[in-house]
Design a protein around this ligand. Structure first.
Ligand SMILES: [Cu+2]
Length: 286
């Protein structure tokens, strides 16, 4: 083979390698409590970027083709499991120990990482977050939607069991906060200009179906982990099942501020107070 051709092949190899990046992340399992919309504290446990507790699980952002090098540290006094649903196999992390996994993300979409042990207990108690894999440069927003029954959190942390078939949640959150605090979360609150392309990544890490209704604008399904056949459907209401992830694309055709909320009325309350649940607004500038 002549040297010029060889050089060309090495050049192609090199430039392909330079497209994919290795992203280093750490997740610390920390047990603490969730501050609810009416300022009560309920036991809760989350993944955190540092050993310091925050009540919202971090969103891990990747580009398609990236390699994720992930350390999971367990600061809790009991052992936990870790999985990226549909991607990795389940690994165990003993109390005060850590584990490492490396994953190449070749498919765009939105994935749930969580603790599947004693399912749904540990996922329900807060150990569930989102990995987003994209292949576009547009503005993105992220909703990790979830609900819980505050008495159950207390009972489960105390070691009691609950009847999972008899579930009556009383708090409903997006990224662990409820209305009116959702609009204050720049990751969650959808803003943009007329004609922009906006992406919304949603995971349901709760136990209930949530049917999100958009006023003012339609959205198109660009990914669904549950129903691939729903791809490219344009609608204004999106039922999202427990442990389902979807990606929506919105191209606003007019300026304005319009509500987005769960169509199930109880999910727009916080401990029976309306409208302190899953309610936000989309704000579009001219
Ligand atoms: Cu509505």
């Amino acid at each position: 083979m002549n040297k010029l051709l060889l050089g060309f092949f090495f050049g192609v190899l090199f430039s392909f390698n330079s497209f994919s990046t290795t992203i280093n992340k750490s997740l610390y399992i920390v047990a603490d409590s969730l501050l609810t919309v009416d300022s009560t504290k309920v036991p809760y446990i989350t993944f955190n970027e540092t050993p310091t507790y925050t009540q919202s699980n971090p969103i891990i952002n990747l580009m398609q083709g990236d390699t994720l090098d992930l350390w999971v540290y367990n600061t809790d006094s009991v052992s936990h499991d870790f999985v990226i649903k549909g991607i990795s196999s389940v690994i165990s992390v003993s109390a005060n120990d850590s584990t490492f996994l490396q994953t190449v993300f070749t498919t765009k979409g939105s994935y749930i990482y969580h603790d599947p042990s004693d399912f749904p207990k540990n996922t329900y108690l807060g150990l569930a977050g989102m990995i987003v894999v994209k292949n576009h440069p547009f503005a993105c927003f992220y909703w990790n939607i979830k609900e819980h029954n505050s008495d159950w959190n207390t009972q489960l942390f105390a070691g009691s069991t609950v009847n999972w078939n008899n579930y009556n949640p009383n708090y409903f959150t997006i990224n662990s906060v409820s209305n009116p605090n959702i609009n204050g979360d720049t990751l969650a609150r959808i803003t943009g200009q007329v004609g922009d392309t906006l992406f919304l990544y949603i995971t349901n890490t709760g136990l209930s179906i949530h049917s999100m209704h958009f006023h003012g604008y339609h959205a198109t399904i660009k990914y669904s982990s549950r129903n691939a056949s729903h791809l490219n459907r344009e609608k204004d209401t999106f039922p999202i099942y427990p442990m389902e992830t979807i990606v929506l694309k919105i191209v606003p055709d007019k300026e304005g501020e319009y509500p987005i909320h769960d169509h199930n009325l109880v999910a727009v309350t916080g401990n029976n107070m309306y409208p302190n649940g899953m309610f936000s607004t989309i704000l579009i500038h001219p």
